[in-house]
Write a protein that binds this ligand. Structure first.
Ligand code: HSE
Length: 437
């Protein structure tokens, strides 16, 4: 019997995901060979730290500290970059692409910050960069956008793309605990990094949003065009008031495109309790994609972790291997080349309903003053909630859910209210309400 074709794989970075990839290739290598008609063979694993036990069996002869040397080997056909960051990761990914070897990566930061260059080098060298694991971990959202939904104009994408943030928000709501307590708890349990800012301040979600938006709209989405607000310091009170009013706060990646341009933002937003995204709890991720032909589609799963991310990386390896066997790239990456110049929406023109929490002076007529300013800016009021003031308190929380309003009008109204003498004693908390319409 003829020997099955082998495709040589190099793994750069032997961290959690690298170990998961090695594990998956060992565990399901035969199944993959059966499905693909070729065998993915691990030729080497490069990491500067070869001492730490990764909890996975690997032939010591495969381990090396020389990533560049591994990439250059003639029996390496595909390179998996799992180093992270934009230093050695970028350097080695470019080296592989310049040798005409496809690169599989989970590195959203690399794609968001240097995607244009990486895709250009891939194209110049007649090879490809695959990045299913960069967004949504094990959820095949990149394949869905690139292939499954290619008949559609993408109208909108709403994503819960950061498991750390979703875990923190879920736990705050369920246990009625403050942000700092839950963050410390999550760090102790290994659900949050020691330095959590990449996750908590929304940057990880922004990288992922940029990757999704670039696929959806066929353009490079510079990070500078992504408006980012994270969940740091979100108040347990707002989570509770939002719940009273029928909403759950989620950190959302919001991607919308229309005749007036594209919006890409990351922000905590109120999601109606009855909406599917409100039910996505803990470390899970979900992405809702709306296309003009298919309508609404929803994808759910583990957005991080060794096994889920390895599942996506190995799927890309399978794709790259099949493409090599077919004599090159099966599909080009036209999705990331601008079809037309993309216009980004003026943020001031974006229309949404808002949740406002005022700390309002507890005196007759104060609410009327606030309502007058909102009215003058043509901002309607959908609902109002005030609890009785604590004994002796001069200011009380008043929650107002507004009707649809332009962000510019909302900002102007809130500035005017802040300037009114004796009405509020601190900045008003404001969150967008996402009605998914
Ligand atoms: N740190 C990310 C998260 C996973 O918490 O979801 C990697 O993208």
């Amino acid at each position: 019997m003829a020997k099955m074709k082998e495709v040589g794989v190099a793994v750069l970075g032997f961290g959690t995901v690298g170990a998961g990839v090695v594990d998956t290739l060992a565990k399901n290598g035969d199944l993959l060979a059966e499905r693909l008609g070729l065998r993915l063979v691990l030729r080497g694993v490069a990491d500067l730290d070869l001492a730490t036990d990764r909890g996975v069996a690997v032939d010591p002869a495969l381990l090396t500290t020389d990533g560049a040397g591994l990439i250059a080997r003639p029996d390496v056909d595909v390179v998996v970059e799992l180093i992270g960051g934009t230093g050695a990761a970028k350097d080695l990914a470019l080296q592989a692409l310049r040798r005409g070897k496809p690169v599989v990566t989970a590195n959203k930061k690399l794609l968001a910050e240097h995607g244009e260059e990486i895709h250009r080098v891939a194209e110049e060298n007649q090879t490809e960069i695959l990045f299913e694991a960069s967004v949504g971990g094990g959820i095949p959202i990149i394949k869905a956008l690139r292939e499954g939904l290619c008949a559609n104009r993408i109208e909108s994408i709403y994503g819960i793309l950061n498991g750390t943030c979703n875990y923190v928000l879920t736990r705050m709501e369920e246990a009625h605990l403050p942000f700092e307590t839950v963050l410390r708890e999550a760090q102790a349990a290994g659900f949050a990094e020691a330095d959590p800012s990449l996750d908590i301040d929304g940057h990880d979600t922004a990288h992922k949003a940029a990757v999704l938006a670039s696929l959806a709209y066929g353009c490079n989405v510079p990070l500078a065009k992504v408006r980012v607000a994270g969940i740091r310091g979100i108040a347990a009170a707002d989570i509770a008031y939002a719940a009273d009013m029928g909403y759950r706060i989620k950190l959302l990646a919001l991607i919308e495109g229309g005749a007036d341009g594209v919006e890409v933002s990351v922000q905590p937003a109120l999601v109606p309790h009855h909406h599917q995204l409100a039910a996505v709890g803990g470390v899970f991720n979900a992405v809702l994609v709306r296309g003009d032909v298919v309508g609404t589609t929803l994808y759910y799963g583990r957005g991080a972790g060794r096994a889920a991310t390895a599942s996506a990386v190995v799927a890309d390896l399978a794709d790259a291997a099949l493409n090599l066997r077919a004599g090159g790239r099966r599909r080009d990456l036209s999705a990331v080349r601008a079809r037309a110049p993309v216009v980004f929406r003026d943020p001031g023109e974006i229309v949404a309903r808002h949740y406002l929490r005022f700390s309002m002076r507890d005196l007759p007529g104060t609410l009327a003053k606030v309502a007058t300013v909102l009215g003058a800016h043509r901002i309607g009021i959908d609902s109002v909630m005030q609890k009785e003031a604590a004994k002796g308190a001069a200011y009380v929380p008043v929650i107002i859910v507004t009707g649809p309003a332009k962000e510019r009008e909302m900002a102007a109204a809130l500035a005017e209210i802040a300037a009114l003498a004796g009405v509020t004693d601190r900045p008003t908390v404001t969150y967008r309400i996402e009605d998914f319409e």
